[in-house]
Design a protein around this ligand. Structure first.
Ligand code: FES
Ligand code: FES
Length: 160
């Protein structure tokens, strides 16, 4: 079937089987491999993307469900020149990236949270990333990076 979606702010059309997951469509047919495949059963969050602004596990969404909707992957989060955005930079600064496998999903979970709740508490941050597993960091650094980004965005807004 022919899929049409708004992907990272660009209209894309691609031909692919009608019964595949959004994760498969992204990685195998659109060659966006930043979205990771972990468990493939909705338990690890490595495949997280934003679908119409909401965090979803793309392994659990049929590609057909994303047709004509907006999808943001990790490739759509960076700045227009391709450099890391403030949240990605904070992940690097706070040591929240180790093996990196969970990182794309964590960044999207963080962005979804900050869009919805720009000043989350640390508990709210922990709740927001509860569906995203990280085997390396112990989560503390990830919470720090998201918290610091929320504070620096608030400060920037104050100066705007
Ligand atoms: S790969 Fe989708 S939740 Fe694990
Ligand atoms: S940095 Fe390795 S799984 Fe999170």
């Amino acid at each position: 079937m022919k899929y049409s979606l708004l992907l990272n702010n660009q209209r894309v059309e691609v031909e692919a089987p009608g019964d595949i997951s959004l994760l498969k469509l992204l990685r195998e047919y659109l060659h966006l491999t930043g979205t990771k495949e972990g468990c493939d059963v909705g338990e690890c969050g490595a495949c997280s993307v934003l679908l119409d602004g909401k965090l979803v596990n793309s392994c659990m969404v049929l590609a057909a469900q994303a047709a004509d909707r907006e999808v943001i992957t990790i490739e759509g989060v960076c700045l227009p020149d391709g450099s890391p955005n403030d949240l990605q930079q904070a992940f690097i600064r706070y040591g929240a990236v180790q093996c990196g496998f969970c990182t794309p999903g964590m960044i999207l979970a963080g962005e979804a949270l900050l869009a919805d709740n720009p000043q989350p508490t640390r508990t709210e941050i922990r709740e927001a990333i509860a569906g995203n597993l990280c085997r390396c960091t112990g989560y503390q650094q990830i919470v720090d990076a998201i918290e610091q980004t929320s504070l620096s965005r608030k400060e920037k807004k104050g100066h705007a």
